[in-house]
Design a protein around this ligand. Structure first.
Ligand SMILES: [Zn+2]
Length: 249
């Protein structure tokens, strides 16, 4: 099937139907095997999704704050070891309620965040006023803050990339924010994981249009390489997810 939406990984236009859900079609690229929604959501649709993603559920989403903070503190301590110097800069792309930013700050990072959802941004500003959060996309942050280029030691991006319609602009902007020796810690669902339910409809991460991109290790590796990035280590994930540490190639 020839499709107008180029594959975000290899730019190929030959795709085979893979599955459908919520009225959205998911295809697999004949060229590289990447699985994605076609057509991809437009950026405005994606922003609208974020606007109401937690509508009426904000309290629920930010329940268990103590548990979120404990987990964030453990991750922040491990990430702090990757950065040298007293004023290492940390960026959370998709900062949510600011828990990871707050934990990073406790670990001695100078922490900044980027978030699209206005309710989450309001939550961060109320609860963690010492943690600056930019309301918008990574690309808009770079445009508004050109001095931020090549200034971050550690970029944290957890369960965000699978939502992003223009993933090449997104990864390019992240790469530009990283110092030459900076690191990116990235997590996303793994469609190629051995524990992913065989029937894709039974997989909780199969959720178009919110999740419009479905990576496995080869497709994520190939996408990152296009932007001068490489996976340097990978954590064992018992749930179907990828957890990778990324550096400049
Ligand atoms: Zn492809």
């Amino acid at each position: 099937m020839l499709d107008a939406t180029p594959c975000p990984v290899c730019d190929g236009r030959d795709h085979a139907p893979f599955a459908a859900k919520n009225g959205h079609q998911i295809v697999r690229c004949a060229g590289c095997g990447f699985t994605f929604q076609s057509p991809l959501p437009r950026a405005e649709e994606s922003t609208a999704l974020y606007d109401d993603a937690y509508a009426g559920a904000t309290e629920g989403y930010f329940a268990k704050v103590d548990k979120k903070m404990r987990r964030s503190r453990g991750r922040a301590r491990r990430l702090r070891r990757l950065a040298r110097g007293p004023a290492a800069r940390f960026m959370d792309v998709g900062a949510s309620g600011g828990f990871m930013m707050a934990a990073a700050r406790e670990s001695g990072f100078d922490a900044t965040g980027i978030e699209l959802d206005p309710k989450s941004v309001a939550y961060v500003r109320q609860h963690y006023p010492a943690c600056p959060v930019f309301h918008g996309t990574v690309e808009a942050f770079l445009h508004d803050t050109p001095d931020a280029a090549a200034s971050f030691d550690v970029i944290y991006c957890a369960e965000v990339i699978e939502h992003v319609p223009d993933v090449n602009a997104f990864v390019a902007a992240i790469a530009r924010l990283m110092k030459p020796d900076g690191k990116l810690y990235l997590t996303t669902p793994d469609i190629g994981h051995w524990r992913r339910p065989r029937d894709i409809q039974h997989w909780d991460a199969f959720d178009p249009p919110a999740h419009c991109l479905y990576f496995d290790r080869p497709s994520l590796t190939r996408l990152l390489a296009k932007h001068g990035l490489r996976i340097v280590s990978r954590a064992l994930a018992l749930k179907p997810g990828l957890k990778v540490l990324v550096a400049k190639a």
